[in-house]
Design a protein around this ligand. Structure first.
Ligand code: SAM
Length: 238
């Protein structure tokens, strides 16, 4: 964990507390144990978990460097909690909502939330398309984030309806990020967004390109979006 703490400090300028380091160690131990029973993530070695899951998740904060930090954040398709849970460990005051359509992934997230005694975390088993049409969630969040969930034209329809006007969505993307974002230009405009930033991110020892795509919410999303479950992926806005 020492190298991980040093990487966090080098990359993000944040010194983790002993309590936060212990929380990440517990998260890692439980992820390894649960992964032996359920297939939660393809990354199965401690070094990979620290860099490609924990550190990669924490790089989201590079996107809100020049804007007020979010108070409410929703993570769509969180899987084993990425990026939402590492961000919650880093910022205990953040109100985090973790969403996934798969129950066993949410069960693992619940286990971590209970084991680490994290407060102000809401866990929802459901689909982004449903939450986006639910007034308890629609246009309620400062930030909506997602990693490895869908192509940009689909992802913007999942995320932008959840963001309040003045907030932002953040997609963590690989090498295809810039091209995907270009192909989502019209969808972004229709849904009330405006591209703000395409930020390259370099993880120590990781050759693949990583990008943070930040889209600000400029105006309300029209009521017809998101469309019904499955339609955004089947017929992305062109
Ligand atoms: N974000 C995590 C990560 O980066 O490790 C998990 C990524 S995993 C490849 C994609 C996750 O998104 C899956 O757990 C899947 O169940 C969830 N998912 C896909 N489409 C979704 C939707 N429309 N609503 C909610 N969850 C969705």
């Amino acid at each position: 964990m020492e190298k991980f703490a040093q990487d966090v400090q080098n990359l993000l300028g944040i010194k983790l507390t002993p309590r936060q380091i212990a929380a990440f160690a517990t998260y890692e131990r439980e992820l390894l144990a649960w992964n032996a029973r359920f297939n939660l993530t393809a990354i199965r070695d401690p070094e990979g978990i620290r860099t490609k899951h924990f550190l990669d998740s924490l790089t989201c904060i590079l996107a809100w460097r020049n804007s007020p930090p979010p108070q409410t954040l929703i993570d769509i398709g969180t899987g084993a909690g990425f990026p939402g849970l590492p961000l919650k460990i880093l910022f205990p005051h953040l109100e985090v909502t973790l969403v996934d359509s798969v129950g066993k992934k949410l069960a693992f997230c619940r286990h971590i939330v209970e084991t680490l005694k994290l407060e102000k975390v809401t866990l929802i088993q459901g689909r982004a398309e449903e939450l986006g049409q639910n007034s308890a969630h629609r246009e309620r969040y400062d930030w909506a984030v997602a990693r490895a969930v869908a192509n940009m034209p689909v992802l913007v329809e999942y995320l932008l309806p959840l963001v309040r006007v003045g907030g932002a969505m953040l997609a963590q993307k690989g090498a295809s990020g810039p091209a995907e974002t270009q192909s989502a230009e019209r969808a972004i405009r229709i849904l009330g967004g405006q591209l703000h930033q395409v930020l390259p991110v370099y993880l120590p020892g990781v050759a693949e390109e990583r990008y943070l795509i930040v889209i600000r919410k400029q105006s309300a999303t029209p009521p017809g979006y998101p469309r019904r479950v499955g339609l955004p992926a089947k017929k992305p806005i062109q």
